[in-house]
Design a protein around this ligand. Sequence first.
Ligand code: DX5
Ligand code: ZN
Length: 216
Amino acid sequence: MSHLVAPSVLSADFGNLQRDIELINHSDADWFHVDIMDGVFVPNISFGFPVLKTIQKHAKKPLDVHLMIVDPDRYTSQFKDAGAEILTFHLEACNHLHRSIQNIKNSGMKAGVALNPHTSIHLLEDIIVDIDLVCVMSVNPGFGGQKFIENTFTKVAALKKLITEKNSKALIEIDGGVDLNNYQKLVSVGADVLVAGNTVFGSSNPTQTITQLKTI
Ligand code: DX5
Ligand code: ZN
């Protein structure tokens, strides 16, 4: 499988949200990456269900929803109703990983687990076969436009090895600071999905930048 690109809606122009969604619809992008922040798990608040439902209304590609919230189990069915196809929550926000994953799958979505930069991939050893996607945070979650953490390359390579050894089908997603200088190396060490916010929406030609991110 060639890698996927998921522009992060967090960096879109919310005054022209429909326009930016259409831009992604008509680009080479594969998914919409949608960041939900609660101001508790991370020091920022993004948006909630009304905005997510607006995205759902216009988006013609899968919604990859990244929850940066405490107690994610509480809202599983609401995120399904709001159009999430992949629902990712943070390992650091969860006491019962196995149960949370099953809840998401039983609701008819793909289940993702996100790891903060300090969290070891080895914590996933006993659960990796049940996970559809691992979101490796390459910045501290909470904000777009941050600097990429270089240790991510080593971490992704180790995660890829674990996934292969355990015969898991989990995709590896990289989230934070992905740009035109690091994306090829990320794919070469095992990344399957590249999230990009600032690199796409901060560029003078977002459509062309998405095409570049798809090109190896
Ligand atoms: C950060 C979010 C990211 C963010 C990425 O907490 O999870 O999805 O939008 O933005 P960039 O690509 O600008 O680092
Ligand atoms: Zn994200």
